[in-house]
Design a protein around this ligand. Sequence first.
Ligand code: ADP
Length: 353
Amino acid sequence: MKILVINSGSSSIKYKLFDMPSEHLVKKGVIEHIGEEGSKFSNHYSGLKIILQETKLVEAVGHRVVHGAEDFNKPALVDKRVIQGIKKCCAIAPLHNPANLSGILATQKLLPGVKQIVVFDTAFHQSIPEYAFIYGLPYDYYQKLRVRKYGFHGTSHEYVALEASRILKRPLNKLKLITCHLGNGCSITAILRGKSVDTSMGFTPLEGLVMGTRCGDVDPALITHIMRKKNLDTKQMDRILNKESGLKGISGISNDMRLLEEKANAGSRRAKLAVDIFVYRVRKYIGAYLSVLGGLDALIFTAGIGENQPSVRKSICQGLFDCLAKKPKIMVIPTNEELMIARQTFRLIRLGR
Ligand code: ADP
């Protein structure tokens, strides 16, 4: 069965075409600059049209959708109710869900009758217990505004956990794992017997680790303090926290970890500080999740930094488990969110679950 996996962002559509169940990657590509001035793609529909000309014979489509809130804890077959659910989540994921939805609606028009499945970044984390997902805020906000920890990168965390179980030849439901997805966006998850029990990202992908351009955990009182002092409105503050902070903000150089390592080695104090802060925050979370899990079988690194920067991994792991009698395995596992989406699409269509 030919399954097309679509990851549609605000100005791009990435795609991979798989032959399932062999998992053979037939084709992949990206359409960029959608909706930008001077671009030949005015919207997702025109971008997708080109992709479908290139891929042909698509028998099912799997879409990545960032936010499913509490409405979705597993993949779903697209129908009116599901579209409504994704629309409802646009209010709490205004940067991502509208673009994901555009991709789904364009596919419906271009491939009428072809089954579409949606796979949510948040779904894997729906197993997190209430005491870990409720913030110390008035409970009302959870009930009325749906304010709680959701967590993201779920498809990636689940994929590498499954891979770890396969490589270790041990059933997932017997393992305690910590998965570190360290890319431009970074998150870390505690996985107990195959279920996410805590994760570093929160209501939005801003919480937790220091990332390429996102700040991660800060004292929330800082936000209003900076807004007052710098006379900023909410949009400007949002931008600073999401686009001007993290490695880029600390170093004043770049969000690119490769460049920062190079500069740090060449003597840049601020580049070194950014890398040190990044590493320290990851270590803190690993320590916290070690106690959440009450032990650890494997620590897993994935994504751009996690897969390709051994020196960062080494700094994170230096002396980390010295106090443990039984040392966990440290593994590097390339993530493959698209393959995970193809698998889930295939399973839902073939097995109905
Ligand atoms: P995204 O979250 O945008 O998918 P990636 O997973 O590609 O990000 O990670 C980007 C980060 O990984 C950057 O900080 C980059 O410097 C770092 N990195 C290191 N080596 C590589 C590599 N070979 N390819 C891509 N990114 C790399």
